[in-house]
Structures are given as structure tokens and as C-alpha cells.
Design a protein around this ligand. Structure first.
Ligand code: NI
Length: 170
């Protein structure tokens, strides 16, 4: 496994619509492993392939399925061609940061619950129901595949003060 360089704005790869994954062979497996390692080292709780300069529809996320339960175990998701299929009408404001926009935070209104479909790293169909922060992470990462960053959606963006709590980056 190898650590990859995280690209930041204004790199144009972050503004491109990424292409679907069609080949689930060794190079995708290597990219997935490298993205997991890069996300963990950053540290972050999600990473999309365009953030490491690869314009393909692949995301990795590591976060508890139910973070309302104390000590809920983290779950690792590697999803190719993720799509949001259902979205709750109910939304929630939350503060986000992004590994590709270092030094910025913003308040973003996101759906509270989403249902995501896609493929596993081996090409098997997968369906995930997510709510709260996990739902937010999926929405943030899938936006990256369409060239959208959180500041496009934020109602307020600021540079955090040194004493502001450090966020989970995505
Ligand atoms: Ni991000």
C-alpha cells in the first residue's frame, strides 16, 4: 500500500465529473487500498478518488453505522459508482471541512437520511441506509464525484480559529 497525495483546489480534477468504474481488476484494488491508507493517515473519515487525482467514481468512508450509540464500531465502506437513491425531506445543518480545502469550514444543510446504492470493490451490488453524520459523509463524497465541493453548498464559510475544535475531514 502507498500513501497518495491529496489534491487541493484549484486542481481541476476536483471540478470534473468523474467517470464510472467499469474495471474491478487489480488496479482498482490497489487504488482502493491506497485510498483507505491515505484517508486514515490524513486523518479523515471519507475520501473520493478525485481527491487523489483519479477521476473515477470510487469513494472510501470509515465511520460508525450508528454514531448515536456509544462505542459504536467504525465501519469501512469502499463503494464504486455510488448513487443516492432516496433522500429524506428532513435536513440538518452541520459544520464540514474537506481534505481538499484545507483551512476552511462551512455550514452545510444536508439530508438527514439517505439510501445509497453502488458496487463493492469486487463489483457486487451494495445498498446502504445512512443517517446523521454517515449520511452527511456520503453526500459530501458523492458530491466530489460530480465536481462539487462543500463550499458550493455552504450557507456560511470561514477559516476556523486555532482554538476551534478539529472536525472529521472528508
Ligand atoms: Ni471533501
Amino acid at each position: 500500500m502507498a500513501l497518495l497525495e491529496i489534491v487541493t483546489l484549484p486542481d481541476p480534477v476536483l471540478r470534473r465529473k468523474a467517470r464510472p468504474v467499469t474495471d474491478f481488476g487489480p488496479s482498482l484494488q490497489t487504488l482502493a487500498d491506497d485510498m483507505i491508507e491515505t484517508m486514515r493517515q490524513a486523518p479523515g473519515v471519507g475520501l473520493a478518488a478525485p481527491q487523489v487525482g483519479e477521476s473515477i467514481r470510487l469513494i472510501v468512508v470509515e465511520y460508525p453505522l450508528d454514531d448515536e450509540k456509544e462505542d459504536a464500531p467504525k465501519k469501512l465502506f469502499v463503494i464504486a459508482n455510488p448513487e443516492i437513491r432516496e433522500i429524506s425531506a428532513e435536513t440538518e445543518m452541520g459544520v464540514e471541512g474537506c481534505l481538499s480545502l484545507p483551512g476552511l469550514q462551512g455550514e452545510v444543510d444536508r439530508a438527514l437520511e439517505v439510501r445509497v446504492t453502488g458496487r463493492t470493490r469486487r463489483g457486487q451490488p451494495i445498498k446502504i441506509k445512512a443517517k446523521g453524520w454517515l449520511a452527511r459523509i456520503f453526500q459530501h463524497e458523492i458530491d466530489h464525484l460530480d465536481g462539487v465541493v462543500f463550499t458550493d453548498r455552504a450557507t456560511k464559510v470561514w477559516k476556523p480559529a486555532p482554538d476551534e475544535p478539529v472536525l472529521d475531514n472528508v
